[in-house]
Design a protein around this ligand. Structure first.
Ligand SMILES: [Zn+2]
Length: 423
């Protein structure tokens, strides 16, 4: 929402803070539970990120069962690098394996690695095909390959590869995920505590007091930005929150309060580009309108290739005049489309009042509630939008995620040792 006036970067704002003595799973579980009770909407949290700390991941999984967990690529890299060195794989051999895992840049072209796999199946296929290469690269290459399979395969499929990051709202194609930002938060906090209390050991009360001061200060700076003053500057998208000086002087106290408070209540949609927006801006010009509509509705758990195929086929069915509406067969609109594979067979499509469109006895449909016939029927009737809305909502209800409103949380790595030491 705001940028530092000085360097034009996004400032690091302080979010919820937990002081703890032990980094155990129950500590993090308590933190997650508290956040949820303070902000009930967080039960729909779509994603959170972490370094590879087991207690944190476990604790947050307890509170946010439906959220996707992302792993910080920098931490995963470090971990794998260390393993390679410990197996005496160094230099070019090591680099080559790292590039196979995380991708490489050749000139301006990025060549995908394992972490960019488009699906779990693709990841497994890619990994299998690397066994021979790694074995021939180094005498311990085969051993590393089996270590990776045992220790990293699941993590990558669950928390690293492309569809996971896309689901978490990192765009399409998705950006890499790191916890850099949240580690910066940790730095800001430590600087502030040091400034306030010096380097001597401080008690919890003093720490909390100085964090409170820091947060208050940030809130004030945010309000100052409304008047185009202070450390921060509103980004162009939020210039509508600005109040000009001559207006301010004429405002009553209550009006001033209201103008300032608006900056604290900017909704998520206003403040951050969601995956849908990202997808839309990256859409290749000239793609089919139906395909674009499916993407903007938030259908991003089905790969774009499949969506494109369905859209293309549905548009074809319409233009070939294959879709016929039956005259008032029942309370619901009913359509028939002749099957392409079996000319004697008909697809029967029913549209319900809640937006649901059903294609009966259709394999494609039963897998994902989406097929070219259902799309074609709703196109014919002009109800595609309602159908897509139902589809996305239904995906959410059945335990899937509504990826279109992803919130990503990075968790600080912390600087203390894990598990046994007070900070
Ligand atoms: Zn069908």
């Amino acid at each position: 929402m705001v940028l530092n006036r000085e360097d034009g970067n996004h400032p690091t704002m302080i979010g919820p803070v937990l002081l703890h003595e032990k980094k155990t799973q129950s500590t993090y579980s308590l933190f997650g539970g508290t956040l949820k009770s303070l902000e009930p909407d967080l039960k729909n949290l779509m994603a959170f990120g972490s370094d590879d700390e087991k207690a944190l991941v476990g604790g947050f999984n307890e509170s946010f069962e439906r959220a996707t967990h992302l792993l910080c690529e920098i931490h995963v890299r470090k971990n794998i690098d260390t393993k390679l060195v410990s197996m005496d794989i160094r230099g070019e051999c090591k680099q080559s394996i790292m590039d196979d895992i995380f991708g490489r840049k050749i000139g301006s072209v990025f060549e995908s690695g394992l972490s960019d796999a488009g699906s779990a199946e693709e990841f497994i296929r890619m990994l299998e095909s690397l066994e021979e290469k790694w074995s021939s690269l180094h005498q311990n290459g085969k051993a590393f390959h089996s270590w990776f399979g045992l220790n990293k395969k699941e993590d990558f499929i669950r928390s690293v590869i492309s569809p996971v990051r896309q689901r978490a709202g990192l765009g399409c194609p998705p950006e890499k995920f790191t916890t850099n930002r949240s580690e910066r938060t940790n730095g800001v906090l430590q600087d502030c505590v040091k400034r306030e209390c010096g380097t001597a050991k401080t008690d919890e009360y003093t720490v909390v007091k100085s964090i409170e001061k820091l947060v208050k200060n940030q809130e004030q700076e945010l309000e100052l930005a409304v008047l185009d003053k202070g450390e921060y500057q509103l980004r162009p998208e939020f210039r509508h929150l600005l109040v000009a000086g001559h207006k301010w002087t004429k405002m009553t106290n209550d009006q001033r309060k209201a103008a300032l408070s608006r900056v604290h209540h900017v909704s998520l949609e206003e403040s951050s580009p969601n995956s849908v927006a990202t997808i839309n801006t990256r859409l290749v010009q000239g793609e089919s309108r139906v395909f674009q509509q499916m993407l903007s509705a938030g259908v991003d758990w089905i790969t774009p290739d499949v969506l494109k195929f369905i859209a293309h086929k549905a548009e074809g069915l319409i233009s070939e005049g294959k879709v016929t509406e039956l005259p008032a067969a029942s309370a619901y609109a009913t359509f028939i489309i002749p099957s392409r594979s079996k000319p004697t067979k008909l697809h029967v499509i029913i549209e319900y009042a809640n937006g649901k469109v059903e294609c009966q006895d259709c394999q494609g449909y039963s897998a994902s509630f989406l097929c070219a016939h259902a799309v074609a029927a709703s196109l014919k009737r002009g109800t595609l939008e309602a159908y897509l809305k139902w589809l996305v909502a239904n995906k959410r209800k059945t335990g899937g995620l509504n990826y279109s409103k992803a919130i990503t949380f990075g968790m600080p790595a912390g600087r203390g040792r894990k598990g046994d030491r007070p900070p």
